[in-house]
Design a protein around this ligand. Structure first.
Ligand SMILES: Cc1cc2nc3c(=O)[nH]c(=O)nc-3n(C[C@H](O)[C@H](O)[C@H](O)COP(=O)(O)OP(=O)(O)OC[C@H]3O[C@@H](n4cnc5c(N)ncnc54)[C@H](O)[C@@H]3O)c2cc1C
Length: 413
């Protein structure tokens, strides 16, 4: 048996009614190495395979997992048998926590190194946003570290320099844990989620930059990009707007969240670095959650009296009900330099809308004629920011070019 220490720090996963899998914490936060299974039965007091019991415990059978040793497997690789839980869901059954197993077997050094070998990601684990470093870059880095550490037989080298020196700072390479402080359902499939930052610290992103979120689904680690909507200088918290899709992998993780749950983020990413007064006028074209990067940029402009950038924001949604963050957008539209428009693809009647929205709402899809009208209505030639689905972004880029904007006069998030 590789690790025989059944203490409170070793989490357990319930495999079936009386079977637990005991896990050993991996040096990578949030990952675990399966060690052995425990069968429990109340009232009896036996342990096998080097196990022992103290007092009247209910452990009857402890057995190693030979198939899972020596192949570098982490819990994330396991889909069968049983349910796989994320770190916050793991718990050690009370009947096992004080139990110590005295007899230990010697580690097989080679086998131990193989268990620590990084596992190559699958394409579905990648967020697809083109971020750098991407999951495959991190895998290459971890593999190189592992090879160097193994050659010199020094496990401390696995951690890398940056995580040793500053483990609490947001970094593009290393995931950090953040606790959810509030979760609000905005529409039937979209949530606004607030995370705690330590003390009064700030996240450290430029407005409009994004983060990568890690999730575990059916034992597979996945990564997806999300853009904080909180002001870039928000202290002690940050917020994201997340839409969940019925067949989406990360969507499943997000729908299981609640206040108190911990999620893992790395970043920042994104090449648009907003500077006050850099562009005379911004034309923001946003579809659905593509509104997200526009929100901190708007905050940045309207919170700064010296920033005289004009903004024309066009939000494309299916329905009036589906418009995100209406109170925020209404408040922004009161500023002298901000105007908002909406394009609703699944509504057709202005009479259904509140009076305050009728003049600034169009129906159908945002297309060439309206883009030209919007560009023409700007006080000066705008710099355009576009965010939405890949199809929306591609369409808008060609509309903007045909409306007379140069290729360096727009940014596609
Ligand atoms: C730079 C960047 C920033 C982003 N910021 C945000 C953000 O702030 N908020 C946010 O909610 N999302 C954002 N996204 C999208 C997000 O990263 C995920 O792609 C999205 O949440 C779906 O992930 P998933 O794992 O649930 O779905 P996946 O498992 O990746 O997809 C499974 C299925 O879900 C459906 N689906 C997934 N995405 C879409 C889509 N866009 N439109 C229609 N159907 C879809 C499709 O049916 C798809 O086959 C951003 C993406 C990028 C690249």
């Amino acid at each position: 048996m590789r690790c025989s220490n059944l203490v409170g720090d070793s989490p357990a996963v319930l495999l079936s009614e009386r079977n637990y899998m005991i896990l050993h914490r991996h040096q990578i936060p949030g990952r675990f190495i399966p060690i052995f299974c425990v069968h429990t039965e109340h009232g009896t007091c036996k342990a096998q395979e080097g196990g022992s019991s103290r007092g009247d415990r209910s452990v009857t059978h402890v057995f190693p997992l030979p198939d899972w040793q020596g192949n570098g497997a982490c819990v994330r690789d396991l889909t069968e048998p049983g349910q796989l839980w994320e770190e916050h869901q793991l718990s050690l059954p009370a009947c096992l926590s004080p139990l110590m197993m005295d007899e230990r077997e010697e580690d097989d050094e080679e086998e131990a190194w193989l268990q620590l070998r990084p596992v190559e990601p699958l394409p579905s684990q990648c967020c697809g946003s083109g971020c750098s470093p991407c999951v495959f870059d991190l895998y290459d880095r971890d593999l190189a570290r592992w090879e160097a550490a193994r050659a010199s037989k020094d496990r401390s080298l696995l951690r890398g320099k940056e995580s040793q020196s500053c483990p609490s700072k947001l970094s593009p390479e290393t995931f950090l844990a953040f606790r959810i402080s509030a979760m609000e359902k905005l529409t039937e499939d979209t949530y606004r989620v607030q995370f705690v930052l330590p003390g009064n610290s700030q996240l450290g992103l430029w407005p409009g930059q994004h983060l990568i979120l890690r999730g575990i689904v059916d034992g597979l680690e996945i990564q997806r990009a999300y853009t904080p909507i909180s002001p870039a200088n928000a202290e002690g918290y940050f917020e994201v707007l997340i839409k969940c899709y019925p067949t989406g992998l990360m969507s499943r993780c997000v729908e299981s969240w609640r206040a108190g749950v911990t999620a893992f983020w790395r970043g920042p990413f994104g090449g648009f670095l907003y500077k006050p007064n850099q562009h005379g006028e911004l034309l923001m074209l946003a579809a659905g959650t593509g509104l997200a990067p526009m929100v901190p940029i708007l905050h940045s402009i309207t919170d700064n009296a010296d920033d005289e950038t004009f903004v024309t924001l066009v939000g494309c949604f299916k329905t009036f009900e589906g418009i995100y963050l209406k109170p925020f957008l209404e408040e922004q539209a009161r500023f002298w330099n901000i105007r908002t428009f909406f394009v609703l693809s699944q509504e057709s009647s202005p009479e259904q809308l509140p009076w305050s929205y009728r003049e600034k709402t169009r129906f159908g899809r945002l297309a060439q004629d309206l883009v030209e009208e919007l560009v023409g209505s700007c006080r000066r030639k705008p710099f355009a920011l576009v965010c939405g689905s890949a199809e929306f972004t591609k369409d808008m880029a060609s509309c903007l070019l045909r409306a007379g904007l140069a290729e360096d006069s727009y940014f596609l998030f």
